[in-house]
Design a protein around this ligand. Structure first.
Ligand code: MG
Length: 361
């Protein structure tokens, strides 16, 4: 069974409400989707969002990386030889992690299908269900409270609140949301690099003094400011989660050894796919550090690849896989079922996605 072709297309899905963070505002999922076809007619699907402000990847760069560098090195290779495929994929071009992630997940999809098993079972099979949080975009306090209450009414038990734009005023946001949703809801806070180190310590300490019971604070300071991450991590009780600071397995080792975070957020678009993400899982296991499985603004296809990894590995104790929950519609057939924060894994082969609208035949 050899790889015959890699086809590239696009998908657009409107969001329920605009996605706002300290870094950007987005109105719709507008992603590259791909299909890897084998010579016996099997297909594997992949997706990559152009998250230029985080990964540097644009739609144009994703298409060019796959078409001009990745596809020529993979076509004609055996699907069974996953190790060889992964070496070829990662050796084909530097960086371009989103393009690599799309191809990596399509290859894993194809591989698991060739074994007749759901991907999460091929990767370890820890559990068949994953609980995700839902992101609440940054905005006026009353709007954030309203969005939080709506999410809880829908059945979500974990909320991830975007902050990082207004310093100490962010504490008021979290306080208002905590008072509105009550004590039983888990609240995570994502500053998206919006604070400096001293400011972060002041804000997080204020939240601790108010007993707001925050599960974790994600990426308080700039991605490259590891000294700042270490400063914050060592001065607050609340666990600090490294997101933009950790792309690769090498980054994970550095962050853990420096004590620059308590937790690591793994995203396939940062690692370049499942193969590299598994290395971070192993490193985290060695050091006894827990991971979160996150996603960019992705639709159900790419998010499901992350969900399969999260379901497979016990070291991934938290999930932020709310892409499908933010989309107005689900254009795919098959795959895991997403309902009010619970992701029920498919027992069908591979990622489980059986139809992607732009690939009809
Ligand atoms: Mg984040």
């Amino acid at each position: 069974m050899k790889i015959q072709s890699i086809e590239i297309s696009e998908i657009q899905i409107p969001l329920v409400t605009p996605f706002r963070t300290a870094l950007r505002t987005v109105e719709a999922v507008d992603d590259i989707v791909i299909r890897v076809v084998s010579d016996d007619g099997q297909v594997g699907y992949g997706e990559a969002p152009p998250t230029a402000v985080i990964t540097g990847d644009t739609k144009g760069s994703i298409v060019a990386a796959i078409r001009d560098f990745i596809a020529p090195t993979l076509i004609g290779r055996e699907v069974d030889d996953m190790d060889g495929l992964m070496q070829a994929l990662h050796g084909s071009i530097l960086k371009n992690t989103s393009a690599k992630a799309a191809v990596d997940m399509a290859l894993y999809d194809l591989y698991a299908k060739s074994l007749g098993k759901p991907l999460y079972k091929v990767l370890g099979g820890a559990r068949a269900q994953v609980e995700t949080d839902l992101t609440i975009s940054v905005g006026p306090i009353d709007e954030m409270v309203k969005d939080s209450l709506a999410a809880v009414a829908e059945g979500y038990r974990v909320l991830k609140i975007k902050v990082g734009k207004e310093g100490l005023a962010d504490v008021e946001r979290i306080k208002a949301i905590r008072e509105a949703v009550g004590e039983d809801i888990t609240i995570r806070v994502d500053a998206n690099q919006g604070w400096n180190a001293k400011e972060a310590v002041r804000i997080i300490s204020a939240m601790e003094d108010l007993n707001l019971n925050i599960d974790l604070v994600e990426q308080p300071v700039k991605a490259h400011d590891l000294a700042g991450m270490q400063y914050v991590t060592s001065r607050v009780y609340t666990p600090i989660l490294a997101d933009e600071s950790v792309f690769s397995a090498e980054d994970a080792i550095r962050i853990i050894q420096m004590g620059a975070a308590d937790l690591i957020n793994i995203k396939l678009m940062k690692t370049g796919g499942i193969y590299e993400a598994l290395k971070i899982c192993s490193i985290a296991e060695i050091y006894g550090v827990q991971c979160m499985m996150g996603c960019m603004l992705e639709s159900k296809l790419a998010v499901s690849a992350g969900a399969h990894l999260a379901a497979a590995r016990g070291v991934i104790t938290r999930a932020d896989l709310d892409g499908p929950g933010l989309c107005k519609e689900d254009p795919y057939e098959g795959g895991p079922v997403y309902h009010a924060g619970l992701i029920q894994m498919n027992e069908t082969p591979g990622l489980g996605i059986t139809k992607v609208p732009c690939f009809n035949s």
